[in-house]
Design a binder for this molecule. Sequence first.
Ligand code: C5P
Length: 403
Amino acid sequence: MSLEGRRIVLGVSGGIAAYKAPDLVRRLRDAGASVRVVMTRGAESFVSPMTFQAVSGHPVHDTLWSAEAEAAMGHIDLARWADLVLVAPATANVMARLAHGLADDLLTTLILATESPVCIAPAMNHQMWLHPATQGNLTVLEDRGVAIMGPGAGDQACGETGPGRMLEPQDLADRVQLLLGRAGTLAGVKVLVTAGPTLEDLDPVRFLGNRSSGKMGFAVAEAARRLGAEVTLVAGPVSLDTPAGVERVNVRSAQEMYAAVMQRAADSDIYVGAAAVADFRPKLASEEKIKKGTEDFQTIELVRNPDILAAVAGSENAPFTVGFAAETSDVEQYARGKLDKKKIDMIAANRVGVDHQGFDCGDNALTVLWNEGRQDLALQPKSSLAGALMQLVEERFRTARDE
Ligand code: C5P
């Protein structure tokens, strides 16, 4: 994936991590991007504008109040020019100013004026990061669609340890490529992925759930994005970061997941159902907390949830459908049965209940089955496994489309 022809405004604000920003400019340019640097006054206390001019190949923009600069490429021109505005490092102060919509310098003004995506790489002392004011601003920015990259945890310039380190330049450049990249073998292909468990409420505090971590589905979404696809991820309740460049829709119950998926299925080319959807839900979910002694609690009557995968496969204009099968025994036999019964194009089967594999852990192995064939994917981290799976999916998807 490359950034060839993409235009990035890099906003640098005044934190010690600013010393890494020139390296970030180089890595973005190495990937093919044109970069214009906008510095805040604080940033200029850490790194000289000359450094950024040298690595970006363009003069630095640092003020709203220069008639000459405004005539050359003013704040509105910069805002329009950018395909993406990345603020790295983003200090607590810049996050607060962005959250409140202030326009008191060039960077904040052009961010208000741009229609392009904005992302920030926060960097600050861990106490400042964890302060409720910063966390509140973070929520505001996230809700507004700003992509948040990091921060990482570890040693800090102040000598303390904790969350607040800016992500490394190469990691940031990779994430920008995921956000903006339009190259790749799946460019122009729409992929819909489900991930995580569904939770079925009994009352306002209790639910029936399962141990799915969501890692496999999130890794599949990221792998599809790496191949250049337009990815939507419908996720049950999990605490995982959204992969860069992926649109996420959060749901809780199987019924909510069904609605979110069916709304998007006809417009998708590939559907990967990696969620562990609860097969049943309580017939009645009480609006009040059920009391310990009541009869209601001794027997829970269940009703079936819709089978989302089968519904997608059976729908009009069905996408290429891929399901997962988690079994504790006779994995392949059950999986093939599911392939036929649900009339899906492909199924990825894994054995659960085995140590260090499958549910709720980082590694997995899969046996992938389709009508005419099969392939084993060896035990490996879910991220690389998802890459191998998506390559297989792509091959089968193309074959199916050409038939
Ligand atoms: O039948 P079983 O639950 O084992 O099938 C697993 C596959 O079916 C997974 O891909 C899962 O996402 C999907 N599924 C579904 N809706 C359900 C149950 C399972 O989409 N209600």
